[in-house]
Each structure stands twice: as C-alpha cells, then as structure tokens.
Design a protein around this ligand. Structure first.
Ligand code: SF4
Ligand code: ZN
Length: 725
C-alpha cells in the first residue's frame, strides 16, 4: 500500500474519531447520558457497531465503549524513516472511521440534522429486506456508492445512466470542490429514489456510512451471522455484496479513511483522479484502489474491478432497457402520448393457442402508429398476446399477463400501471424522439416472454389495436375471460386440490424456512399464490417450488396433513415436523423475513393484531414492525406470532383454527383501507357485518388500554370468545 494513502487514511480516521468524541460529549452535556439514540426503523441499533463489536447502542452512554474501541484502532502515521508494513494500520483506521461516522450520524439524527434535504439518510431494515430479495434472485447485480461530483453535470448523468442500464443500485452523495453529485443530478432533473435505483444518501462523506452499514446488515440478516463476528461479517460482504465506491473529484483525508473502511468490507474504490493505486493483496476480490480518467470507460472499469456479473437483456428497441427503469414515471409534461387510465380504453390480454395457430415473432399493429398521434394525446390501445407451447396451460395465462407490467415498465421512457382493461401506459417525449414506436411494445413482450418463460412459451405473436372499434371489440372477449378466471380462482379452495406447493426460496437466508402455499393461503411475501407456485414448478421442476401431496388429513380444523408434515421434516433439515396451516397458536408456519404483515397475539384483548411492513408507528403489542420482525423472522416457528401475506387476511382460512377473522382487533389504517372491500365481504360471510368497524387502528389506539376500551365500547366479538391463552 502506498504510504501516501496510508497516512491520509490514518489522519482522516483520527479526525473522525475526534469529531465523534466531541459530539458525544456535547450531546451528553446537553441531553444527559441516558438520552436515547437510534436510527429510524432498524432492529440492529447502530448496525456497524452491532455487526463488528456486538454493541447494542441505545443511549449516548452506550457509545462510549465503541468510541474507546475506535480510538484503540488509531495508529501513528508512517514516518519518513520507518518503513514498516502499514497496510494493517490503514485498515484499522478504516474500521475506526466507520464506527466514528456511524456515531456522528446517529447524533445528527438526535439533533434533527439528518436526513439532509432531498436525501434518504439512513437506510431502514424494510429496504434491506425488499432489496435483499432482489439480491437473492439476481435482479440486482450490485451496488455503487458515488462520492463527490463529476466535472460537469452531463458526465454525472451519463455515469448514473450507465449504472441504471445495468440494474446496478447507485447511492450518490458526498461532495468535491463544494459541489455534490446529488445537486448535479437534481439540476438535470434526474429522478432519484429507490424506484429508479439512484438514491442520494447525504452531501458529506460521513454519510457514506449509510450504504456501508446497510451492506453489513446483509451479513446479519441474509448471512445469518451473529453480531460481533466481525471477520465473518466483513467476509460475507466481500463474497456476497457486490459493491464498490466511485470517487469523483479530489480525495481528502476523510474520503481516504472512509475508503479504507470500505476496503475492509471487500469493496474496492475507483477514482477519476491521479491517486496511488493499490493492486491485489487479497482483501478485495480484485484490486483495491484504481484510477480511471476516461469517463466513457469508468463504469465498465468499476464492474470489472468488483467482478459484478451483469445481465443486460438485448432487446432491439431504441431506448435503454433494464430493471432500473421499472420505477420511473413519465410525468404529464414529459409525455408524448398515453393510453388507458381514465383517458381512453385500453387492455392487455394473454391467451394460449395451439402451436400451429401462432407465428413466433409476428408483431402486427392494426390502426395508426405513434407517428399519426398528436403530442399530448390519449388514444385507445389493445395488446393481444397469443402464446403457444407444448407445456403451456390456461392457468399460466394470467401469470404471463401480469408480467406485461414489468416488461413494458423496464423500458426507459415507458410508464405502465395496472393490468387487464385497467392498464395505463405512457410514452415519453424523449422515447418518441429516439424513435420508440407502439410496435416496440410487441418487440419487448416477445423478447421477454422467451427470455423469462422460455420453458413454457415456444411461440408468441403480438397484435396491437389502436382504433376505438377494434379495441372495444377485442376487449369484450378479454373481459369475458377475465371474469371466468376470477370465478375459477375464487372457487378454488384448499379442499378442492390434493396438492399444495412449497416455496423454499428464502432458505438462502433462513435455512429451515418452508412456505406451504395453498389456494387459500398465499406465500408470506405475497409474491407466490398457489397458481404462481404451480407455474413456477412447471417452469423449473428442480426449483424452490415443489408439489406437496396433502396425504391423510390429520386435523382438518387446524389444517394438518401427513404429506405436508413429512415434506416439512425433510425440507427443514429435520428441525420441524408439524405445521398447523390454519393456526398461529399451535405449530404455526415458519416466518423467514419477507412477510408483508405480522400477526401477533394480544392476550389482554383475547385476539390478534396485524401490522404491515409499511407501517412504522407503534402497535398495541408495544413493538414496532421492525422490532417484531426481528423476533419473528429467521425461519422459526413462534407460537402467537407469524408472518403472513396481505391477502391471507381476507382468506376464509385466516387463522381459522383460532377463531378466524373475529379475533382480529387491530390493524393499521392504511392496511385496513387497502383491503376494505374484501374485508367487509369477509365480515359479512362470518355473520358479523359490523365487525369491520370494530377493528381498531392507530387513529383510535396504539396501546393496550385504549385498545381495550375501544373494543369494549363496541363489544368486539373477540372479547366473548374462548380464552386464547
Ligand atoms: Fe420466500 Fe415464502 Fe415468498 Fe417463497 S413464498 S419467496 S419462501 S417468503
Ligand atoms: Zn422470505
């Protein structure tokens, strides 16, 4: 390692630790030792300190031992005379820098100074979980953290666009010469946020800790590594988290120190300035510190240095295409034309045909093309996708149809919402200028169907209608089929099938977890219905979704079958032997970590509450979602607590063995509203139409006493049911 780099990192770490100490003392002086400090919505305290030192920082006092540890990692700068190996010292400084930065940011939170304007600040556990899934399934190949500012705005935009194209999540922040890349992108009106894969963390280098203490939580969550096992956590990051830092503009001591911290985690640093390079010594997978002056090559360089595996779908359309564009919106003022929504009739419909009736790759547009449409106008649109394949089944049609949303959305400048005859599509002015045609919808759908569903789709042809009468005519047929499908799904019960489907996708981080997906119980992440799991099995017979023959019913009230138990025993590494599919009190199904909601018993109310991931407030269980999630997850069976998918709440089998819906006493308002039609219907079916209004939410109660009063005032049925515990 270069002496210049080591000296700078050591100086930077000293400055950071001194700053942290100053702030801690000041805060203790002003707010007292017992003052609580925390980052929002995390079960990992100050995650870097938690992962590396097993520290559980709850108060300012708790910071003192961590500060002491950071100090012990500081060393003297290498002297001119003494030429000792100083790589170790520089790396130690890096760890000291990260611990100090984390405490500085936590104290800023205490004083309301974080997050900075337009910045995300600390990344919550929720984000960790949702993006974690994308990491597990490979949709996201890696992460970039950019520090500084590009020489000009255009270069800044070009760089992030190159990352976007490759679906690489990019965290932007810090500054160089008084300018931050965040503001460069803002000036160029680049849309930033989790949906567009460009997330601003903060305008100084200290906030660079946010992507890093997010990555280290990956080791604790997905890697299942115990807090305090520093080496394993760092190694996990190196091997599993494909991240790197890109420093634009001059480096200072603080950047060197933070960079040394990142290098400890196996994340190399690429810079656009003349820095002394550090080539392999075995900490990062490849190089540690590398320079690249050519902005056209810099993104490629980052990818090579970190060994990120990128899969770009090559689709012959004139706009960029990648998952990073999925969340991008097309605002009215940027829109060239739109279809559907409340502006015109539009639909999309996938149906299967015999093999000889489909001509693969045929894309036909019936009616005017985009060139004949006026800027700013709304036009009718019908997308008919006809597929054929030896393994194709009618059951797969809705699954393929749902994908049209993702397929189209991933094109830059195309916005898609909804489905069926409730879809809404916009094409941006920019896309139109680049030559995007309506026909290209067909190009995309055809390419992606083959790419993603090649196992069931042998042929696909797409016909796109753009006249009012054609759209109305074909839509009538489509609506008939939509209705038939709904009726079929609604009629399907757990009793009507002899086979359930397992999902063990989450065993990658919760090794004993098994989801038992049934017609009336969706997988707890909400992503796998019984039909989805069945289709996935057909697509990938050796994959994580396996058919499970129910076998002999051992207890039909609690939902226990011999076939399910046998399967569970095998697939849970012989740690679990019984599932009660309809109970939360006895042998509940396991919870991995991606549950949409958590159900928790409230003994005092003789019922259950449910809280969804998006709700960050307090619950009557005395815990927030994040805290509950910490105790429920990991693939364990925890009677009284269980992770579930949203739709399970309105299933007839919802904790049926424990009394069902009548036991539900509290849920967040947003969740209640989003399910209201279905919930009301279920209340009626249960013979208690007024139950809906008896279920409390956070606007009437967030603690037990208020809740009980609310329930008593309305004589909630749970109060008069047999005692739960
Ligand atoms: Fe994970 Fe269960 Fe969802 Fe499968 S269904 S991805 S195991 S949560
Ligand atoms: Zn999961």
């Amino acid at each position: 390692m270069s002496k210049i780099v080591a000296s700078a990192a050591i100086r930077g770490a000293k400055a950071l630790v001194t700053e942290a100490e100053k702030l801690i003392n000041k805060a203790i002086g002003e707010k007292g030792k017992e003052q609580k400090v925390e980052f929002p919505e995390t079960a990992f305290f100050l995650p870097m300190a938690n992962a590396l030192l097993a520290a559980e920082i709850r108060t300012l006092t708790d910071m003192l031992p961590v500060l002491k540890e950071a100090k012990s990692l500081l060393h003297d700068e290498p002297t001119r005379e003494l030429w000792l190996p100083y790589l170790g010292d520089a790396l130690d400084s890096g760890i000291a820098a990260l611990l100090a930065e984390e405490m500085i940011c936590a104290i800023r939170y205490l004083y309301g100074e974080e997050p900075q304007p337009d910045c995300n600040g600390f990344f919550t556990d929720t984000i960790l979980r949702t993006l974690g899934i994308q990491l597990v399934d490979g949709r996201m190949p890696g992460f970039a953290a950019i520090l500084g500012a590009a020489p000009d705005n255009k270069t800044a935009v070009d760089i992030v666009r190159e990352f976007q194209k490759r679906s690489i999540m990019t965290f932007v922040g810090s500054s160089a010469n008084g300018k931050s890349i965040i503001d460069q992108l803002k000036e160029e009106k680049v849309e930033m946020g989790w949906d567009t894969y460009i997330v601003p963390y903060g305008r100084d280098t200290v906030t660079g800790i946010y992507p890093l203490n997010w990555a280290i939580r990956g080791a604790l969550t997905f890697g299942g590594i115990k807090p305090g096992r520093a080496k394993e956590c760092l190694l996990y990051c190196k091997e599993r988290v494909f991240a790197f830092g890109l420093v634009l503009g001059q480096l200072d001591d603080i950047k060197y120190a933070t960079g040394a911290g990142a290098i400890n985690m196996g994340f190399p640093i690429i810079a656009d300035t003349d820095i002394p390079e550090i080539r392999p010594t075995g900490i990062c997978t490849y190089e540690h510190l590398v320079k690249e002056f050519n902005y056209k090559k810099i993104v490629q360089k980052c990818i090579e240095v970190r060994g990120v595996k990128v899969k770009i779908a090559e689709i012959p359309i004139p706009v960029a295409y990648s998952a990073a564009f999925e969340g991008e919106r097309v605002r009215r003022e940027n829109m060239h034309v739109q279809f559907g929504g409340k502006f015109s009739s539009a639909f999309e419909y996938v149906c299967s045909k015999p093999l000889d009736e489909v001509e693969d790759g045929k894309i036909e547009i019936v009616g005017p093309e985009i060139d004949d449409m006026k800027d700013g106008g709304a036009y009718p649109l019908g997308i008919l996708v006809e597929v054929a394949g030896r393994k194709m089944q009618h059951d797969f049609e809705p699954i393929l149809e749902r994908q049209v949303h993702t397929f189209l959305n991933e094109a830059m400048g195309i916005f898609h919402m909804g489905q069926r005859n409730m879809c809404w599509i916009r094409i941006s002015k920019e896309a139109q200028k680049k030559g995007f045609k309506i026909k290209h919808f067909g190009t995309i759908i055809h390419a992606r169907l083959h790419d993603t569903y090649g196992k069931i789709v042998d042929k696909a042809q797409i016909t796109i209608f753009t006249t009012q009468e054609d759209v109305e005519r074909v839509m009538k047929e489509a609506v008939k089929v939509y209705e038939e499908r709904d009726a079929r799904l609604a009629g399907m019960t757990d009793e009507s099938v002899d086979t359930f489907y397992s999902c063990t996708l989450c065993q990658s981080f919760a090794p004993n977890h098994v989801c038992m997906v049934k017609p009336e119980r969706i997988g707890l992440c909400g992503a796998y219905s019984w039909l989805d799991a069945k289709a996935c099995y057909e697509l990938n017979p050796a994959g994580p979704n396996q058919p499970v023959k129910k076998g002999e019913a051992l207890d039909s009230v609690r939902g226990e079958w011999k076939g399910v138990n046998d399967f569970l025993y095998n697939k849970s590494n012989k740690t679990l032997s019984r599932f009660h599919g309809y109970s939360i009190m006895s042998f509940p199904e396991t919870s991995c970590g991606c549950f949409e909601c958590i159900i928790a018993v409230l003994p005092e109310a003789n019922g259950f509450m449910v809280v969804n991931r998006e709700y960050s407030g307090m619950t009557p269980a005395g815990m927030k979602f994040s805290t509950l999630a910490g105790s429920v997850g990991g693939g364990n069976q925890t009677p009284g607590f269980m992770g579930v998918g949203r739709l399970y709440l309105v299933s007839k089998k919802f904790i049926a063995a424990d009394g069902g819906l009548k036991r539900l006493v509290w849920m967040p308002k947003e969740l209640k509203n989003s399910l209201s039609d279905k919930l009301k219907k279920r209340c009626e079916e249960e013979g208690t139409p007024d139950l809906f209004d008896k279920i409390a939410d956070e606007t009437v109660a967030v603690e037990s006493e208020q809740l009980l009063k609310f329930l008593q005032d309305r004589s909630h049925p749970a109060l008069s049911m047999p005692a739960l515990v």
